[in-house]
Each structure stands twice: as structure tokens, then as C-alpha cells.
Design a protein around this ligand. Structure first.
Ligand SMILES: NC(=O)C1=CN([C@@H]2O[C@H](COP(=O)(O)OP(=O)(O)OC[C@H]3O[C@@H](n4cnc5c(N)ncnc54)[C@H](O)[C@@H]3O)[C@@H](O)[C@H]2O)C=CC1
Ligand SMILES: CC(C)CC(=O)C(=O)O
Ligand SMILES: [Mg+2]
Length: 347
């Protein structure tokens, strides 16, 4: 184990604090006794907004910059107008820290529920662009609230932004046994952005003759994720398509409670941020029903990103073993699952 870890923690809203508590429990259990883990908890989210009107003040952003990595639970609350926290806090972090690779692995673990017949082998990773696309806030509305309202939300795609993401996807595909990369877009309709993505993939592909390249329109990709998920290895796609596809990917691989993600700044200029794919799940907040496994697997991604491969693998093995023994008819609480995972990694 190399040096210690200086971790920023943003528990956030709804089930965020519940799953983050278990993620930290497992992280502490995974680290050897001599490893130094320093955590700083940031009070950001709905309760801060209600108290102060702030989402992510510049001073907090500045402090966050100094950490090795960030662990985030979830952001969003029904008492706050939709978009205020999602844009003003979560997306602000992803954009400010240039988290251009939104990494979302999907694997069907043994004994996990899948709605798919025949339990196909599923092991792919979605490399979703994280700083551009329709999420940049490039829009507005005129005559708002009137029958004549016009609203736009224009997708931003730069050659620079697309190429660096595509290059990351190829590097990942080349390092995986299957060496397949699928670009998912909608270039039959979104001809400007779609053709930029396709041309970029075709050009970078020339440098990776060993990687088999495929293209799917996003609507067809949803079909194949359900009917032939084995065909996917690395999926490269834009911010919005990646957001939607990864909830579907979670649904076919044991549920949203298992889906992990990393918002990566590969240059290391800013701390990367790790979070479950799911949101704040207000419908189950406070009930103990939230599965913390997605957060625990996000902690494994975090450790791997910081170079702690052994500990990351230990956490993933603990999750695999725990899932193998789960009984769908006897669901456990958030805390019980966290305790079981922590016990396994420290055993
Ligand atoms: N990265 C983030 O912080 C994200 C935030 N959100 C925000 O979260 C709020 C709720 O959004 P929704 O669209 O309802 O998505 P959601 O992911 O919070 O919930 C969708 C469904 O999945 C279930 N679910 C989610 N996480 C679970 C877990 N760990 N264990 C078991 N079940 C789980 C929920 O109970 C709900 O039925 C909104 O404010 C939204 O903007 C949504 C997605 C991502
Ligand atoms: C709440 C959004 C900003 C993000 C989202 O749904 C996601 O990243 O999965
Ligand atoms: Mg999402």
C-alpha cells in the first residue's frame, strides 16, 4: 500500500448518506491498518440549499480541488426545484473538474436477478462523455409559460472533447480480452454531432487495428442490450445517450443498486469523483431498503484509480461472494449489507 488517501465525501441527498456510510465502512475495512485514510465531509445538497440558497460555492469547489478523490452519494431532492442541485452541484462538479470520462462498468454477477432469459454473459463498460452534449446548459426558453413557449437545449460536441473520449475508449478496448468497441449515437438524424463522432471513431480506429469497431444507432442499441448484451465490450457514447443506456445496463445486470461509476479526469489535473449510477431515490430514503453495493463497487473503482489494485480487487471479490449468497426472498437492510461486505473484505 502506497501513501494514504485524502478523500472528500459528499453524501448528498435521499439515500446518498445511507449508501455512502456503508461505502466508507467497506473502504476502511479494505485498507491495511497502517494506511492513512483522511476524510472530509462536505455539506452540499438539499439541506444546504434550503439553509443558505447555495449549491456549490466557489470556496467549496476550491477546497474540493485539493483532495485525492471524491466519493459522492447522490444529489437531488423533491423539495428543491428539479435541476437546481443536479445542474448547480453535480454537473458543476463534473464540468469544473473536467470529468470527461464517465466510466460505467456493467457485469452480470452470479446469482443476481436479471430479467433476461438464459442469463447471458454480460461484461461491458460504457465510456460516456461527461462534459459536453446536451447537458452543458446551452439552451433557453422564450415566452416561458405561455402557449407560445419555445425551448431549446442544444447539444455541444467539440472535436477536442469527442476525440479525447474516443481515445480513452479505444485504449480501454485494446486492454480488454474481447477488444471490441461500439460507438452508439444517432447519426442518421443528428447528422452534425453524429458524423463528428463517427468520423472521429473511424480515424482513431486506424491506430487500433486489433480493436473490432461497430456502430449502432441508440434506438437499436437498446434492443441489443436486451436481446444480445454479449455483443458489447466497450461502448463509447455521448453524455445523454450514456446516461440513459447505463440505467438500462443496470436493469439487466442485477438492478440499479449494483451499478457503479467513476467521473474520471484522466490527466490528474483535478480529483476524479466516484458515485453510484443511481440517484437519491426519495421513494425509499430512510427505509433501509437502499442497496449500498453500487457505492461499494464505486469505492473499488476509486481505489483502482488511485493505484490500490489489491484493495479494489478484494472489494470486488467480497461483492461477488456476497451476491452469490443473497436470497431475493430475504432482503437485507442497507447497513446489514455494508456490515457483511466489510466483514468479508477484512477477513
Ligand atoms: N448522480 C446523481 O446524483 C443522480 C441524481 N438523480 C436525482 O435523484 C432523484 C431521483 O431520481 P430518479 O429518477 O427517481 O432515479 P433514482 O435512481 O434515484 O431512482 C430510480 C429507482 O431506482 C430505485 N433505486 C435507486 N437506487 C437504489 C438503490 N441503491 N437500491 C435500491 N433501489 C434503488 C429507486 O428506489 C427508484 O425506484 C432526482 O432528483 C434526480 O435528479 C438521478 C440520477 C443520478
Ligand atoms: C442527475 C443527472 C445530472 C445525472 C445522471 O442521471 C447520471 O449521471 O446518471
Ligand atoms: Mg442517470
Amino acid at each position: 500500500m502506497a501513501s494514504g488517501i485524502d478523500l472528500a465525501v459528499i453524501p448528498g441527498d435521499g439515500i446518498g448518506p445511507e449508501v455512502v456510510a456503508e461505502g466508507l465502512k467497506v473502504l476502511r475495512a479494505a485498507l491495511p491498518a497502517e494506511a492513512k485514510l483522511e476524510t472530509t465531509t462536505y455539506d452540499l445538497g438539499a439541506s444546504r440549499w434550503h439553509r443558505t440558497g447555495e449549491t456549490l460555492p466557489d470556496a467549496e469547489l476550491e477546497r474540493l480541488k485539493g483532495h485525492d478523490a471524491i466519493l459522492l452519494g447522490a444529489i437531488g431532492d423533491p423539495t428543491v426545484p428539479s435541476g437546481v442541485l443536479e445542474r448547480g452541484l453535480l454537473l458543476k462538479l463534473r464540468f469544473a473538474f473536467d470529468h470527461y470520462v464517465n466510466l460505467r462498468p456493467s457485469r452480470l454477477f452470479p446469482n443476481t436477478p436479471s430479467p433476461l432469459a438464459g442469463r447471458p454473459e454480460i461484461d461491458f463498460v460504457v465510456v460516456r462523455e461527461g462534459t459536453e452534449g446536451p447537458y452543458v446548459g446551452n439552451g433557453g426558453s422564450m415566452r416561458t409559460g405561455t402557449p407560445a413557449e419555445v425551448a431549446t437545449e442544444v447539444s455541444l460536441n467539440t472535436a477536442y472533447g469527442v476525440e479525447r473520449l474516443v481515445r480513452d475508449g479505444f485504449a480501454r478496448a485494446a486492454a480488454r480480452p474481447a477488444r471490441r468497441l461500439t460507438l452508439v449515437h444517432k447519426n442518421n438524424v443528428l447528422v452534425h454531432a453524429g458524423h463528428l463522432w463517427k468520423r472521429t471513431v473511424d480515424r482513431v480506429a486506424e491506430e487500433y487495428p486489433d480493436v473490432q469497431v461497430d456502430y449502432l444507432h441508440v434506438d437499436a442499441a437498446t434492443i441489443f442490450l436486451v436481446t444480445q448484451p454479449q455483443r458489447f465490450d466497450v461502448i463509447v457514447t455521448d453524455n445523454l445517450f450514456g446516461d440513459i443506456l447505463t440505467d438500462l445496463a443496470a436493469a439487466i445486470t442485477g438492478g440499479i443498486g449494483l451499478a457503479a461509476s467513476g467521473n474520471i479526469n484522466p490527466t490528474g489535473a483535478f480529483p476524479s469523483m466516484f458515485e453510484p449510477v443511481h440517484g437519491s431515490a426519495p421513494d425509499i430514503a430512510g427505509t433501509g431498503k437502499a442497496d449500498p453495493t453500487a457505492t461499494v463497487l464505486s469505492v473499488a473503482l476509486l481505489l483502482r484509480h488511485l493505484g490500490h489494485e489489491t484493495e479494489a480487487a478484494r472489494i470486488e471479490d467480497a461483492v461477488t461472494a456476497d451476491l452469490a449468497e443473497r436470497d431475493a426472498d430475504s432482503p437485507r437492510t442497507t447497513e446489514t449489507i455494508g456490515d457483511a461486505l466489510a466483514a468479508r473484505v477484512s477477513a
